[in-house]
Design a protein around this ligand. Structure first.
Ligand code: HEC
Ligand code: HEC
Length: 331
C-alpha cells in the first residue's frame, strides 16, 4: 500500500518534470496572472479609463478606441478621434500591453505611464489638455476623495492620473488560453490541426519575431524583409524615434495574444482577416507561400491564443457638478 502510493507520487513528480522541461524548451511562455499591483490605484485607474470626461467632447474615453468588450481595440482600420477625425494608424490592443518592450507601433513611449498622457492631449484623439482634464476631475468631490485616499495628498495632477491608468492596464492580462493550457501540460487542449499550425509557425520562422510570453511585443522588426510592403499610410516606424535610416519601416512586432479578436491587422489596418495577414507575413517576412491548408492550420493555431478576457464590474463614474467645465463636443 505504502509502496504503491510512493510509486504514484514518483510518477506524478516525473510527469510534472517532463511537462516543465517541455515548457522550458518552447519559445512561447504562458501568460502569468497579474501579480503585485496596487489595488487602490487599479480601482481609480479603471474609472479614469472609462471616463469620457477626460476628452474635450466628453464623449471619448480610452475604452472608445481600446474597447475591453472587443479585445482591447476598436476593430477599425484606423481610429476615430475628436470631431470624427480619421486617425493615422491602427489602434493596437491594450491587452497584455504591460509585456511590451515599449509602447506604440514606433515605441515612442517607454512604458504605460508615459503612454497614458498622450491620447488625452492628442488633438486627433481625445483633443483635450492635461490642465483641463485635471480641472474636470478636481471639480468632482468623489474623485478628489479617491485621489487623496490613493496618493495621500490633496492635489490631483496628470502624473497621478497616468500612474493610476497604467496600474489598471497592468491587470489587463489574458492567461489561460487553450495554447497556454497546452504549454502547461494539458496535451488535449489543442487539436492535431492546431498543433500542425503551431509546428508550421515554429518551423517556417514566424517564431523568430513572434515569441515570448506575448508572442511578440518584445522587439522592433522590419515590415517587408524579403519583399517590400506597399503601405498606404505615411507611418515610417522606429526611424521616427531614432532618426536612423536603418530603422525605417521597423515596427514593434505586435503581440499575437487574442489576435482572433484584434482585427484588422498591421499598423495601417490593411489586412482584414487572419488568413490575409498570415499570407502576407509568409511572403513578405519569410519568402514563403503557404498552401491554403497550411494557412488554415496557422490560423487555427493563432485562434488558440485567445485567453481569459479581463472581467470586472463596470465602474460607475461620479457625476459632474455645477463647477465641472462642460464638454465641448461640437465647439
Ligand atoms: C481616438 C482613439 C484612441 C483613444 C481615445 C486612445 N487611444 Fe490608445 N491608441 C490609439 C492608437 C491609434 C494607438 C497607436 C498609436 C501609434 O502607435 O502611433 C494607441 C496606442 C495605445 C497604446 C500602446 C499599445 C501598444 O501595443 O503599443 C496603449 C497602451 C494605449 N493606446 C492606451 C490608451 C489609454 C490608456 C487611453 C486613454 C487615456 C487611450 N489609449 C486612448 C487610439 C486611441
Ligand atoms: C522578421 C520578423 C517577423 C516574422 C518572421 C514574422 N512576423 Fe508577423 N509581424 C512582424 C511585424 C513587424 C508585424 C507588424 C507589421 C506592420 O504592422 O506593419 C507583424 C504582424 C503580424 C500580424 C498582425 C498582428 C496585428 O495585430 O496587426 C500577424 C497575424 C502576424 N504578424 C503573424 C505572423 C506569422 C503567422 C508569421 C510566420 C508566417 C510571421 N508573422 C512572421 C514581424 C514578423
Amino acid at each position: 500500500m505504502f509502496f504503491k502510493l510512493k510509486t504514484i507520487t514518483l510518477l506524478l513528480i516525473g510527469t510534472a518534470a517532463v511537462a516543465t522541461a517541455a515548457r522550458a524548451a518552447e519559445p512561447i511562455q504562458p501568460i502569468k496572472p497579474v501579480q503585485s499591483i496596487n489595488l487602490a490605484q487599479v480601482e481609480l485607474g479603471k474609472k479614469l479609463y472609462f471616463d469620457p470626461r477626460l476628452s474635450k467632447s466628453g464623449f471619448i474615453s480610452c475604452n472608445s478606441c481600446h474597447n475591453l468588450s472587443m479585445g482591447g481595440t476598436d476593430n477599425l482600420k484606423t481610429s476615430i478621434g475628436d470631431h470624427w477625425q480619421q486617425g493615422p494608424i491602427n489602434a493596437p490592443t491594450v491587452l497584455n500591453s504591460s509585456l511590451n518592450v515599449a509602447q506604440f507601433w514606433d515605441g515612442r513611449a517607454a512604458d504605460l505611464k508615459a503612454q497614458a498622457g498622450g491620447p488625452i492631449a492628442n488633438p486627433g484623439e481625445m483633443g483635450f489638455t492635461h490642465q483641463l482634464a485635471v480641472s474636470v476631475l478636481a471639480s468632482i468631490p468623489e474623485y478628489v476623495v479617491e485621489f487623496k485616499q490613493v496618493f495621500g495628498d490633496d492635489s490631483i495632477d496628470i502624473d497621478k492620473v497616468t500612474v493610476a491608468i497604467a496600474e489598471f492596464e497592468k491587470t489587463l492580462v489574458t492567461p489561460n488560453s487553450r495554447f497556454d493550457r497546452w504549454l502547461l501540460g494539458d496535451k488535449d487542449a489543442l487539436t492535431p490541426n492546431e498543433l500542425a499550425g503551431y509546428d508550421l509557425f515554429k518551423n517556417s520562422g514566424c517564431i523568430a519575431c513572434h515569441n515570448g510570453e506575448a508572442v511578440g511585443g518584445n522587439s522592433f522588426q522590419k515590415m517587408g524583409v524579403m519583399e517590400p510592403y506597399q503601405a498606404k499610410s505615411p507611418a515610417e516606424g522606429l526611424s521616427a524615434v531614432t532618426g536612423k535610416d536603418a530603422d525605417r519601416f521597423k515596427f514593434k512586432v505586435p503581440t499575437l495574444r487574442n489576435v482572433a479578436m484584434t482585427y484588422p491587422y498591421f499598423h495601417d489596418g490593411e489586412a482584414e482577416t487572419l488568413t490575409e495577414a498570415v499570407d502576407i507575413m509568409g511572403r513578405l517576412q519569410l519568402g514563403k507561400q503557404f498552401s491554403e491548408q497550411e494557412n488554415a492550420q496557422i490560423v487555427a493555431f493563432l485562434k488558440t491564443l485567445t485567453g481569459d478576457q479581463p472581467s470586472f464590474l463596470l465602474p460607475i463614474l461620479p457625476p459632474s457638478t455645477d463647477r465641472t467645465p462642460p464638454p465641448k463636443p461640437f465647439g
